[in-house]
Design a protein around this ligand. Sequence first.
Ligand SMILES: NC(=O)c1ccc[n+]([C@@H]2O[C@H](COP(=O)([O-])OP(=O)(O)OC[C@H]3O[C@@H](n4cnc5c(N)ncnc54)[C@H](OP(=O)(O)O)[C@@H]3O)[C@@H](O)[C@H]2O)c1
Length: 380
Amino acid sequence: MKYRPFPSDGRETSLLGFGTMRLPQNSGRDNDIDQEKSIEMIRYAIDHGVNYVDTAYFYHAGASERVTGKALQDGYREKVLIADKLPPWALKTEDDCMRVFEDQLKKLGVDYIDNYLIHNIFQFNWKKVKSMDLVGFVQKLKQEGLIRNFGFSYHGEVEGLFEEIIDFAPWDFVQIQLNYIDTEFQAGLKGYEYAHSKGIPVVVMEPLKGGKLTQQLPESIEKYWDGLGHSWSRAEWALKWLANLPGILTILSGMNTLDQVKENIRILSEAEADSLTAEELNIIENAAAEYRKLIAYACTGCRYCMPCPQRVDIPKVLEFRNNWDLFAHNPSLKRDFRIFIQNPPSACVECGECEGKCPQSLEIRKAMRESAGIFESKSR
Ligand SMILES: NC(=O)c1ccc[n+]([C@@H]2O[C@H](COP(=O)([O-])OP(=O)(O)OC[C@H]3O[C@@H](n4cnc5c(N)ncnc54)[C@H](OP(=O)(O)O)[C@@H]3O)[C@@H](O)[C@H]2O)c1
């Protein structure tokens, strides 16, 4: 495993971090985590050099922290930096902040958290974050030794806010979505460069766009990967592109099989900063440009939009909607849609609750209308 030093205390941080938002499940229910498999994967990762584990209050409807805590028993806690997050949308009073934090310590079974983030700051909640003085709250936790470092995660636009937040407090780190597609989306490369210029290390989330970058894609994209005769997997191209950026501290991946854990450990045990050639970077840029042309809704499957009051599985419908364009209106998609989608998008009453929660600011209502038109029409 490659390591990069955490600037505030010099602690070596593994370039691969374990994101616990996509743990394997026993059933379709988000909180029904396959505990045995998850613990095996997290411990395997730690035994092979991973020392950063990221969770949050709402991942897997609250079950992620509990399972992460179990995985970190038996001496594993001391080997890792735990990252957890304070959810502004769940807080009304200062007492709520402490109640949530204490609940998190309890669920994780620890008496301090290494890296504590204000979760998902963006244009619509920044005012609340300031008026509730959440930054003051996390700073106080640090002074009291209950956390070691404080930061924030960000899904807003880069223009107009990101730099303001970065300059607002002496953050120890920042967490942004970054991958070779999303270079000009949310914080993107501009946000990365700004944080890096201020000496703030960047933790990356959604490095594989929630797994979208590892799927078999149309030939117009796939053709690029063979360009130099490398035998790199799709995950390898994506993770090496990120590792190439020196300001990145750790790359969180939400792995859900042991094979994925093994592969990502291998990739990030070899990848170096500033090591990709101009030809390699060129290939990635060309593939990204083609992908951006084909994708209608940049959903990462994070499921922040759920639950839908009409019980439509929004991320699944969006996946079908995107695949319709990506795979040239392949008729078998209509058959699969009927098999896999229980509550059809026509059940959407356009309440818009989902759009207020989507970190990618997607026009979900429009996508539901389009999907109903495509997949629920009688034609085959
Ligand atoms: N703070 C926030 O606001 C926020 C938001 C989002 C995420 N996060 C954190 O960031 C973490 C990382 O984001 P992410 O989970 O979206 O990561 P990601 O690496 O972009 O996506 C994970 C998915 O990629 C696929 N994958 C991973 N390794 C693979 C490999 N070697 N080969 C093939 N497929 C592979 C799997 O998808 P399949 O299911 O297709 O196998 C997996 O579920 C999260 O787990 C969470 O801890 C934080």
